[in-house]
Write a protein that binds this ligand. Structure first.
Ligand code: 13P
Length: 240
């Protein structure tokens, strides 16, 4: 069985509705129907309506553990599903650090995402200090064990995004990615959980990273904002 070739773009808090619309039109004019299934874009919720009526898979960047109630400012996976989403990110390091989301909350969010019929893309990653102090695996293990408590590995996609490589000039080396991904695949056992790598993925390093057997694709920030670089990353995977 050939491995997956997932090309997932996390737009974060970028693009206004016009920019999103232009992106979608240009993207659809350049991508084949067959390739389209490899992609997913994660726009802000306020851009979700731009995706309706198009075939591009998309997902939420965040969603709450409840589907209704007095939770001002939150949004629900139930509504994302209603609007046509297929996926939802959970536990991105920016949510963990800027919005203090802990493993317990992320566990509830993950379960709710699954219950609403969406596929969670569960993000894990260590900080620079944690890596330098030799705690990488302990951190990743607790993120997985606590965050995915009671959640079968078959139900999720896991994205490994070392915090020190996100939005910085510092991509993880192939050795690091191969080691961590191999270790996560072992933890997942029989489950065929797709594993994405994220952190400064660009057309320049995508081919080399995708050569790693345990890399099923990428979660891309900056380079997903331009149609050309986003598609080029996918092409690098196809060339392998
Ligand atoms: P960059 O690709 O901009 O480093 O962002 C990675 C990321 O956080 C994707 O979720």
């Amino acid at each position: 069985v050939s491995k997956k070739r997932l090309c997932f773009g996390n737009w974060k808090l970028n693009k206004n509705p016009k920019e999103a619309k232009d992106f979608i039109q240009s993207f659809l004019s350049k991508v084949s129907d067959e390739d389209l299934r490899d992609f997913c874009i994660f726009p802000t919720d306020l851009l979700a309506h731009q995706f309706s009526g198009f075939e591009i898979p998309w997902g939420g960047q965040n969603s709450y553990s409840e589907n209704s109630g007095a939770y001002t400012g939150e949004s629900s996976p139930e509504t994302l599903k209603f609007l046509g989403a297929d996926y939802c990110l959970v536990g991105h390091s920016e949510r963990r650090s800027f919005f203090n989301e802990d493993n317990e909350l992320l566990n509830k969010k993950t379960k709710n995402i699954i219950e609403q019929g969406l596929k969670p893309v569960f993000c894990i990653g260590e900080s620079l200090t944690e890596r330098e102090e030799g705690h990488t695996k302990a951190i990743l293990q607790s993120q997985l064990q606590e965050g995915l408590k009671g959640v079968p590995f078959e139900k999720v996609i896991i994205a490994y995004e070392p915090v020190w490589a996100i939005g910085t000039g510092k991509a993880a080396t192939s050795e690091i990615v191969a080691e961590v991904h191999g270790w996560i695949k072992d933890l997942c056992g029989e489950a065929k959980t797709p594993l994405l790598y994220g952190g400064r993925v660009k057309p320049e390093n995508a081919g080399e990273l995708y050569e790693i057997e345990e890399v099923d694709g990428f979660l891309i920030g900056g380079a997903s904002l331009k149609v050309e670089s986003f598609l080029e990353i996918h092409n690098k995977m196809k060339e392998q």
